[in-house]
Design a protein around this ligand. Structure first.
Ligand code: 13P
Length: 278
């Protein structure tokens, strides 16, 4: 199938499931996600983040996502994650990406509205979808302060004025946690879901415990972003392998490591109730 937009994955504000957004960094990661999507009959998002663009380049990464998606029989979207620069959004859209996220969460409200609106127009002109963010999901080990969490009145105004297709909100998760320990403000989420007419997005999902993810889906989260957790699976697999047998074949180890990543993606698809939704 040709890769599609976020709106063509089957997930809506009303569905009782969420679609997984999995950050990919090279061809092996792309294949691991797609293999899990096929096995689970689940839609999926291949997300191209800024660190991976630095590592592999924007064009090679997008074109690998596009060509591998075309071999599949489940809906896959190729999505630019956390762009803070309009030029990279334009370049990705020219390369035919299906969806873009502009992260203006650290800007002041008016600047975030203005830049996100510009990105939404650019994306829609190309037939792509656009995600924006309101509230701050911090990085590293910081916890989330009340002031960083999404303010419902600002979120409603932001969604109306920008016309975003999906909206990322801050509910207590933190980017980059290596194990799951965070809980979410579920009542804030319920309030946002009631009042905002577009599907809501959870960033920093690697650090959120499973029970809280399930509740978040019940309360309105429809796109769940996972990055760190998958890198942790590969790194711990390879470091254990090296301890067990330092003479083993690297490519065989890498294959087994990517199988572990794929299983971790499949487990999340089941947790997100997206299995058998393709
Ligand atoms: P984690 O790295 O914490 O899983 O967050 C991923 C993310 O939000 C990508 O946008």
């Amino acid at each position: 199938m040709n890769p599609c937009t976020l709106n063509q994955l089957g997930v809506t504000r009303e569905t009782p499931w969420a679609v997984g957004h999995f950050n990919i960094h090279n061809q092996e990661f792309i294949r691991a996600v797609v293999r899990a999507a096929e096995a689970e009959r689940s839609p999926a998002i291949l997300a191209v983040g800024m660190m991976s663009v630095k590592y592999m380049g924007l064009e090679p990464l997008i074109s690998a996502c596009q060509s591998i998606s075309r071999e599949t029989s489940v809906p896959i979207a190729v999505h630019l994650d956390h762009a803070r620069d309009i030029d990279i959004v334009r370049e990705a859209l020219e390369l035919g990406i299906n969806s873009v996220m502009f992260d203006g969460s650290s800007l002041d409200f008016e600047e975030n509205v203005e830049k996100t609106t510009n990105v939404v127009e650019m994306a829609h002109d190309c037939g792509a979808t656009a995600e924006g963010e309101i509230g701050i999901v911090p990085h590293g080990t910081e916890s989330v302060s009340q002031a960083q969490m999404t303010n419902p009145a600002l979120a409603i105004e932001f969604a109306e004025r920008t016309g975003v297709d999906f909206l990322a909100v801050s509910l207590g998760s933190v980017h980059g946690m290596k194990s799951a320990a965070a809980s979410l403000d579920q009542s804030l989420l319920q309030q946002l879901h009631e009042q905002i007419p577009v599907p809501l997005v959870l960033h920093g999902a690697s650090g959120v415990i499973d029970e809280q993810i399930s509740l978040a889906i019940e309360h309105g989260i429809r796109k769940i972003n996972v990055n760190t957790g998958l890198k942790v699976v590969l790194k711990s697999f390879l470091s254990n392998r090296f301890k067990e047998d330092s003479e083993s074949d690297l490519l065989q180890d890498l294959d087994l490591g990517m199988e572990a990543v794929s299983e971790s993606v499949a487990r999340r698809m089941r947790l997100f109730n997206s299995s058998n939704q393709a």
